[in-house]
Design a protein around this ligand. Structure first.
Ligand SMILES: NC(=O)c1ccc[n+]([C@@H]2O[C@H](COP(=O)([O-])OP(=O)(O)OC[C@H]3O[C@@H](n4cnc5c(N)ncnc54)[C@H](OP(=O)(O)O)[C@@H]3O)[C@@H](O)[C@H]2O)c1
Length: 258
């Protein structure tokens, strides 16, 4: 598995082990028992995939989007080549809902990585997930709240999915074998960005004015049209409120920490 150390990887590993899989974890900074592999250079990939039946590919340049061409696109190509040589039967790749509609550079690279899999020789399944609550809680909203006021476009909706729900679907894809298609997975509810922000402020104990406005530009327009959501496939079970309750029930963040 690539990306085993990440938010999703940490949910997928125990889920697959529960199904009896022997999971080989790869990382650039391996812990004891893991293997070292770097998608950006190809180092360690051949060893990482040698003798495995399936690869779950979760690694991505999420922390430094400018590395996405090397890590996500060329790195996925390197991984597919190594997997083909090792006669791997199945690669499961996790992508993002709406990448074909939303004009973000990172999304363009995720789409290119999907195409690498589709053009390769290793049977694949591609699972596009919506955003994880951790991303919104730990990265987007703390960053956005630095302005002192939180700006939201109430027309923009999201459908956050818990990584444990994504892990369940990955387990199902592994059990079912390569689907050779792209499928979407979203959380159980579609929320306006305003509600998302208000529930986060309440749960974390932060105080910020929330200012609603209609954001300009194409990206905001397609998001208002629902590009971040997949309401026909709401197979996740855990809600944003469930996440916030689990994360903050005992220790809401004080405003001074915001
Ligand atoms: N976060 C979301 O809301 C979201 C939503 C939908 C889909 N996704 C997709 O789900 C996948 C997992 O996301 P995540 O949120 O779990 O990511 P994350 O927590 O940011 O973890 C990123 C992972 O990528 C690995 N990585 C980065 N550069 C690498 C390189 N050069 N070589 C090998 N590994 C590298 C890291 O491993 P080491 O540092 O250990 O090497 C780490 O395990 C990604 O493909 C992402 O696009 C995420």
């Amino acid at each position: 598995m690539t990306g085993a150390s990440g938010v999703l990887g940490r949910a997928v590993v125990p889920r697959l082990e529960r199904d009896g899989h022997d999971v080989r974890r790869s990382s650039r900074h391996p812990k004891a028992g893991w293997v070292r592999a770097d998608l950006a250079t190809g180092e360690g990939l051949a060893e990482a995939v040698a003798g495995v039946g399936a690869v779950v590919h979760l690694a991505s340049a999420t922390k430094r989007y400018r590395k996405a061409p090397e890590v996500d696109v060329a790195g996925t190509r390197r991984l597919v080549t190594a997997a083909q040589r090792a006669r791997v039967d199945h690669i499961v790749y996790v992508s993002i809902v709406g990448i074909d509609r939303i004009p973000f550079g990172y999304y363009r690279h995720k789409l290119a990585a999907e195409k690498v899999l589709q053009a390769g020789q290793v049977p694949y399944s591609i699972l596009r997930a919506t955003q994880f609550p951790q991303l919104v809680d730990e990265r987007f909203l703390p960053l956005a709240s630095r302005l002192g006021v939180l700006l939201t476009d109430p027309g923009i909706t999201v459908q956050l999915v818990d990584p444990r729900d994504v892990a369940d679907r990955i387990a199902g894809l592994l059990a079912g074998g390569p689907s050779r298609r792209v499928e979407n997975l979203g959380g159980p509810e579609v929320l306006t960005s305003t509600r998302l922000v208000r529930e986060w402020l309440r749960a974390t104990g932060r105080r910020r004015p929330v200012l609603s406005l209609r954001l300009p530009g194409r990206t905001a327009r397609v998001m208002r049209e629902g590009a971040l959501t997949t309401p026909d496939q709401p197979t996740g079970t855990r809600t944003w409120r469930d996440y916030l309750a689990e994360r903050y029930a005992r220790s809401p963040v004080r405003d001074s920490q915001a």
